[in-house]
Design a protein around this ligand. Sequence first.
Ligand SMILES: Nc1ncnc2c1ncn2[C@@H]1O[C@H](COP(=O)(O)OP(=O)(O)OP(=O)(O)O)[C@@H](O)[C@H]1O
Ligand SMILES: [Mg+2]
Length: 324
Amino acid sequence: MMDVDPILDVRDLRVTFRTEEGTIRAVDGIDLTVNGDETVALVGESGCGKSVASLALARLVAGPGLKITGGVRLAGRDLPGLSDRELRRLRGATISYIFQDPMASLNPVKPVGAQIGEAIRLHRKVSDIDSEVVRLMKLVGLPDPETRRKAYPHQFSGGMQQRVMIAMALACCPKVLVADEPTTALDVTIQAQIFSLLAALRAELKMAVLLITHNLGLVAQNAQRVYVMYSGRIMESGSCEAVLRQSAHPYTRGLLAAVPRLRHSQERMTGIEGTVPHPAHLPSGCRFHPRCPLAEERCRIVEPEMQTVGEGHQTRCHCWKQLM
Ligand SMILES: Nc1ncnc2c1ncn2[C@@H]1O[C@H](COP(=O)(O)OP(=O)(O)OP(=O)(O)O)[C@@H](O)[C@H]1O
Ligand SMILES: [Mg+2]
């Protein structure tokens, strides 16, 4: 494969809030790339900064004393340089989002077809909106769109509501679709259907997917590459094959231990004790050291740099060789 520019290229992205508790470093210098034809997963425990990082890509975060720094290059354009107007056009048109809870994003008193139509109108010049609504509803597998477009969100099941959300996200033909825990509210069968839909759409529409989840099982089944995030930082990244089969970070190993089917060796790690540190009070040295079974003196003092451990496989751990 030839090297091509990634559709999304993130450099040293930082997002901070100012609260009474102090400066919250929700995202603390992450690098991440997504190529035009892949599903890339961003995974980590609750509170590690996944949602804030993904929303910051399109400057969609809000909060007290918000500050966003770093480089975001999306479809060949540098976002930090854009005016508010250009940013608004880019949102939706180049990057769009689907979230965990469709009912929180859908308007309960408006038929779904009208809501999809609004998303189209906002971003594209289409003369026959109704037939475009029907086309999108078909594309995401919503049955009987000619009639069902007049129905209200509560008349759809959870899985079907999520399909409506996906249709809205696709209304503007995005190059990157960010899916933030898109199926956590759904049962496993529907979950699988939504993911096979996303995979089909990715191939058909040549769009990239940034999948955000805490579930490594979903990563293994649906992504080609993965970034493992902890406490505002990327701890390990690489192909799913490398990171999930030959993980070079004790944090990833801990996450993997929570997914029994993926456990690849006899040695046991009983999940990860403790929780993600508060982002206003980060530990010294390696952020994971207070919870790390391998932690030694230097881990308490010096934060490890990202190191290459294999082709396209990187880890931020002093002790990774002990794991290989
Ligand atoms: N508007 C805000 N103001 C202050 N702190 C915030 C704000 N939004 C998020 N945070 C903090 O930033 C950190 C990262 O939050 P984020 O929502 O990105 O986590 P996450 O990885 O998406 O978690 P989850 O898996 O639960 O969705 C958390 O500590 C959160 O409390
Ligand atoms: Mg989140």
